[in-house]
Design a protein around this ligand. Structure first.
Ligand SMILES: [Zn+2]
Ligand SMILES: [Zn+2]
Length: 294
């Protein structure tokens, strides 16, 4: 029996790579028949409590969340914390530490791009990212939007594929990934440490998109993570094909992890991911997460 459609993984403007305000997301959720949504911005809870109020306005339950960027076994693992208490001291200190690290990373990235002759300046990046430390894809987007860069032969391929919507991602992989000309080593907290702190935040730790190309979580990884506090697995996501959905669903059931669903909708930056894309989310997922709340 279905209890109502939910999407437990959306990004708002506060993510710095999202296009919509929490209020707009709540309206879209209502228009698409959602009972509940979770706004899980990257490493920030700045959208709360406004997001909750916006939900009330549109009759959609907004579940507090955040998506934390962490390092596990030298890979980048994203962790959702649905039901997080955005006022908790633990989340505040985690977020401020991450903001500082990201700021440093973004500044060095912009510096490296300038050194190789690309047109970009930090003040512009800072303004256009809503005065939030921008992620690499956002920096790429700002760079590629600048008309001055259109003439640069080094950047030709990102414009040649006009209508190629993933240009900022391509740029990211070429320039910011390890080995790229503007590569900056990342300083994210260890997933193990975040899992240890999670109970203090009120959030229920759920691993985002385990099959994403930068994560590729194995059964062994998940068995270990469950032992140290992981409670849920995002099985239904725009990152997974049907075979990955089946693979992770089976593991989640075996390991007694709560299965969740989320589109990872951002807007323009992920044009392939339309609002309401993931239809498997059900309110019973929220109820199961609540049962796991410590
Ligand atoms: Zn993610
Ligand atoms: Zn996400």
């Amino acid at each position: 029996m279905r209890n109502g459609l939910v999407d437990l993984h959306l990004h708002s403007k506060f993510s710095c790579d999202g296009d919509f305000l929490p209020e707009e997301l709540a309206r879209m959720a209502r228009d698409n028949g959602f009972r509940a949504i979770a706004i899980a911005d990257h490493d920030t809870v700045a959208g709360y409590p406004k997001a909750i109020e916006a939900g009330q306005k549109y009759g959609v339950e907004v579940i507090s969340s955040i998506e934390l960027t962490t390092i596990f076994d030298s890979r980048e693992f994203h962790l959702l914390l649905p039901l997080v208490n955005w006022k908790s001291k633990t989340i505040k200190s985690l977020v401020s530490q991450m903001k500082e690290n990201r700021m440093e990373e973004a500044k060095v990235r912009v510096q490296r791009l300038r050194e190789i002759g690309l047109e970009l300046d930090w003040d512009e990046v800072w303004t256009r990212s809503g005065q939030n430390p921008p992620l690499g894809v956002k920096i790429a987007q700002i760079l590629l939007d600048k008309p001055e860069n259109r003439q640069n032969p080094r950047l030709k391929k990102y414009y040649d594929q006009d209508g190629q919507p993933f240009a900022p991602f391509l740029f990211y992989q070429d320039f910011f990934a390890e080995g790229g000309l503007a590569y900056v080593p990342k300083k994210y907290p260890k997933l193990e440490e975040v899992l240890k702190l999670a109970p203090l935040t009120g959030g229920v730790p759920v691993l985002s998109h385990p099959g994403a190309y930068f994560q590729l979580a194995t059964r062994e990884d998940l068995t270990y993570l469950k032992e140290i506090g992981l409670q849920g697995l995002e099985v239904y996501t725009s990152y997974h094909h049907q075979d990955e959905i089946e693979y992770y669903k089976k593991i989640a059931e075996e390991l007694d992890l709560v299965i969740t669903a989320g589109s990872d909708f951002h807007g323009r930056i992920k044009p392939g991911v339309k609002f309401g894309l993931i239809k498997e989310g059900d309110y019973s997922m929220v109820e199961r997460l609540r049962e796991r709340k410590s």
